[in-house]
Design a protein around this ligand. Structure first.
Ligand SMILES: O=C(O)CCC(=O)C(=O)O
Length: 262
């Protein structure tokens, strides 16, 4: 499922970059929908779309995200089921992924940057295969040049030692690296990796779709039963709790599409 080089890269860095995995017409449509939804108030968003970033828990200047976008249009379901991305997600979740969030973020130059944070300590290697309990597949819909966007502390997902407290997202290599990408590239990282985002610098907004997966149970927020008619059976199944050692039909189907024995 993962090549030897991908296993090495992920184990070494805590993330992997998949280049050019989304068709341009899908990117265009996601941006169009993103512009439309981000202009709406919370009340105007078509349910179950919502935005947990527009609550008092967050700064009003945060880079806002719209949650549950897979229920808003099939283009986001195509991204959820993207073979190239799922190849890596399935490998990292030991073939038991549960989709827990599908969120479309828009950053402006006025949006806050994001300091280093990490979640979970469940990265490991078993039988020569890297696995992660909480995986984030961040697909960029725009070009993100060097100096802005995603940053991380490569290798910090191993969590053998705590990083020093005074590290800044604006520090440089070898400790902090910035990951420039093009529209259609996907950065898949374990949430155990310390990561953040530098302030956006370009004259167009930054759009990113973050699809998050866990490898055991569910977070309870998905699926949205009342709205299940808005998503395909496969995406619905992907939102069901993950059970270690049990392959969902959708996983079997994806593996078949990839011609890997499931
Ligand atoms: O904007 C980014 O690339 C980082 C987003 C982030 O920190 C997160 O999703 O937890």
């Amino acid at each position: 499922m993962l090549t030897s080089e991908e296993k090495w890269f992920f184990d070494h860095h805590g993330f992997i970059i998949l280049r050019n995995v989304v068709p341009p017409e899908d990117i265009e449509l996601m941006i169009e929908l993103g512009n439309r939804w981000h202009d709406m108030t919370l009340e105007e968003l078509p349910p179950p779309l919502t935005s947990t970033s527009r609550t008092s828990d967050y700064n009003s200047t945060i880079a806002h995200w719209i949650n549950n976008v897979q229920y808003g249009d099939a283009v986001f379901q195509r991204l959820v089921l993207n073979l190239e991305i799922m190849r890596v997600v399935i490998a990292l979740t030991r073939a038991a992924p549960c989709l827990v969030d599908c969120a479309l973020t828009k950053n402006y130059t006025t949006s806050d940057d994001i300091s280093f944070h990490a979640s979970g300590q469940n990265y490991g290697v078993e039988n020569g295969e890297p696995h992660a309990g909480f995986v984030n597949a961040g697909t960029s819909l725009v070009d993100v040049p060097e100096g802005t966007g995603f940053v991380c502390l490569p290798g910090s997902h191993k969590r053998n030692f705590d990083p020093p407290e005074n590290l800044s997202i604006y520090d440089g290599p070898p400790t902090v690296i910035n990951v420039p990408v093009n529209a259609g590239d996907c950065v898949i990282f374990t949430e155990a990796l310390y990561h953040g985002a530098r302030r956006w610098t370009e004259d167009y907004p930054r759009f990113t779709v973050f699809n998050r997966y866990i490898d055991n149970g569910s977070h309870g927020a998905l699926p949205k039963e009342e709205h299940k008619h808005l998503i395909s059976d496969e995406v619905y199944e992907l939102e069901q709790p993950a059970i270690r050692g049990q392959q969902k039909q959708v996983v079997k189907h994806i593996l078949k599409g990839l011609s890997v024995d499931g």
